[in-house]
Design a protein around this ligand. Structure first.
Ligand code: CA
Length: 223
């Protein structure tokens, strides 16, 4: 289990990192909002512990950016503030829990375990980029209201690109996520699959959504 801590008070960050590491978690830390956001966007965490008052970018901004990009990583807010408005704001933005400083480490650990037991939360049911809409529950994709006839793998590939839109997804990552296999030796499989997907998602339409980043992978820009 991998946890990201975004906290500008170095003592608190070090104390949390030590405690969580001792309990078997792999922990990354960031002391500023923008570096925290970068880490959160470029890695897969099981949980993000987020301080509200941070230099560069506050915790609210980080959380809404993460959610805006479709990432459903659970977030536990850590803050010195204790007003009802703040708590409501955090929960509305999609925080999973809220812990007011000062707190006992044992309480933090209990909350962390509860959140992780619940697993990823609030999966959005539909994703949208331009005129492309994906219904994750019904496994249905449409463009301009027209249903796209996709195989399960094609649907998984398209969902991955849309869920992480704006991010260049490497062939290796696609192979791991869509085929659940390591295709290091033959990422050509990915290229073939993307070509087939394009023939359904992009070829019949004027606006092409799937872009190739030569030597790296594929991306769907989020407008
Ligand atoms: Ca702070």
């Amino acid at each position: 289990m991998r946890i990201l801590i975004v906290e500008d008070e170095s003592k608190t960050a070090a104390y949390l990192k030590k405690g969580l590491s001792e309990n078997g978690f792999v922990v990354d830390t960031a002391s500023e909002g923008d570096s925290g956001l970068r880490l959160a966007e470029s890695n897969e965490y099981d949980l993000i512990i987020l301080d509200v008052m941070l230099p560069k970018q506050d915790g609210w901004t980080i959380l809404s950016e993460i959610r805006h990009r479709g990432k459903q990583t659970p977030v536990l807010f850590l803050t010195a503030r204790d007003s009802v408005q703040d708590r409501v704001k955090g929960l509305e933005l999609g925080a999973d829990d809220y812990l007011v400083k000062p707190f006992a480490f044992s309480e933090l650990l209990a909350r962390v375990r509860t959140i992780l037991r619940r697993g990823p939360t609030r999966q959005p049911e539909t994703l949208q980029i331009a005129d492309l809409e994906i219904d994750l529950l019904k496994h249905k994709a449409t463009r301009s209201g027209k249903k796209l006839d996709l195989t399960p793998k094609e649907f998984a590939l398209l969902s991955l690109l849309v869920r992480r839109s704006g991010e260049v997804i490497s062939r290796t990552l696609i192979a791991e996520q869509v085929w659940d296999m390591n295709f290091d030796s033959d990422t050509n499989v990915v290229d073939v699959a993307v070509r087939r997907l394009r023939s359904k998602v992009d070829d019949p339409f004027e606006r092409k959504l799937i872009q190739t980043v030569r030597g790296v992978g594929y991306v769907i820009e989020n407008d």
